[in-house]
Write a protein that binds this ligand. Structure first.
Ligand SMILES: O=C(O)CCC(=O)C(=O)O
Length: 273
């Protein structure tokens, strides 16, 4: 740890914990200071510059070109903590991990991975309604994320939108980000459709939302002239087990050291709290 940034505690009230449990998401304002924001942005921008041709896109292209194709997509870069000290300080500083621990009701918190999600200015693509749990290796739900805004986010810039309470509706198949499969809405019954009331959460930079792995969420394309940078951390709370072959393989499967049914652990899932 280079300094004392990202370490001081951010109070999480019982009301916030309760809100998270009931709605499957919760917001926190002014979590990062201006100084911390600058450090986090610089870390992410370094990664963006160095990994220019590396960013993969969720919509199926190669994401490696510099033309419009790149602008159309969201560029996930994962596990920046392992390469960029600024992101490592953010992830290991403890503030956000302790907030996660409060929301989980205590117990150990391990990192699954971090993820920089960037929507460049100009026309880009929406992130379709989806749940995260279908893409994760755990047998039971319980893993969850912190989505930290590094820029002010509005609906037009791609802030997070949630369906409150949808984390209680069960797990649905993974949604294709290419748009070539069923939409999440296609799986809904009439009662669910009647409750399909998206809540956009506009945030100032340095504020964040947490969302449960089963919560339905969506972001618009970034149609503004300013970049949208979000730094996501995904947490494994206590008691989560590995589903192994019952789940799809992904780029993290090789780092998992657990056997099916054992507590989910891996060489790159450090304990944070
Ligand atoms: O940032 C986005 O556009 C989507 C974020 C998301 O799906 C997530 O963090 O789980």
């Amino acid at each position: 740890m280079n300094n004392d940034l990202f370490q001081s505690e951010y109070p999480v009230s019982d009301e916030k914990v309760q809100f998270f449990r009931e709605n499957g998401y919760v917001r926190f304002d002014d979590v990062l200071s201006e100084e911390e924001l600058e450090v986090a942005r610089a870390g992410m921008d370094k990664a963006r510059a160095e990994r220019k041709g590396f960013a993969r896109d969720l919509a199926g292209g190669d994401g490696g070109g510099d033309g419009m194709a790149k602008r159309d997509l969201i560029h996930p870069m994962v596990n920046l903590w392992a390469a960029y000290p600024a992101v490592q300080d953010y992830i290991f500083g403890g503030r956000v991990a302790k907030m996660a621990q409060r929301l989980a009701g205590g117990g150990d918190i391990h990192l699954y991975h971090d993820q920089a999600l960037v929507k460049e200015p100009g026309p880009s693509a929406p992130s379709p309604w989806h749940q995260d749990q279908p893409y994760w290796p755990s047998k039971e739900p319980g893993m969850f994320s912190c989505w930290m805004a590094l820029d002010d986010v509005t609906i037009e810039r791609g802030c997070m939108q949630f369906i409150p309470g949808s984390h209680k509706w069960g797990e649905y198949p993974p949604i294709s980000f290419k748009g070539d499969g069923p939409a999440l809405k296609d799986y809904m019954n009439e009662e669910q459709l009647a409750q399909w009331n998206p809540v956009p959460v506009e945030l100032k930079a340095g504020s964040c939302t947490f969302h449960h792995g089963l919560t339905f969420h969506f972001t618009n394309a970034n149609t503004t002239d300013h970049i949208r940078r979000a730094l996501v951390a995904i947490f494994i709370p206590e008691g989560i087990t590995y589903a192994a072959e019952d789940k799809m393989d992904n780029q993290f499967t090789d780092t998992i050291t657990s056997k099916k049914g054992e507590i989910l652990r891996g060489t790159r899932f450090p304990q944070l709290a």
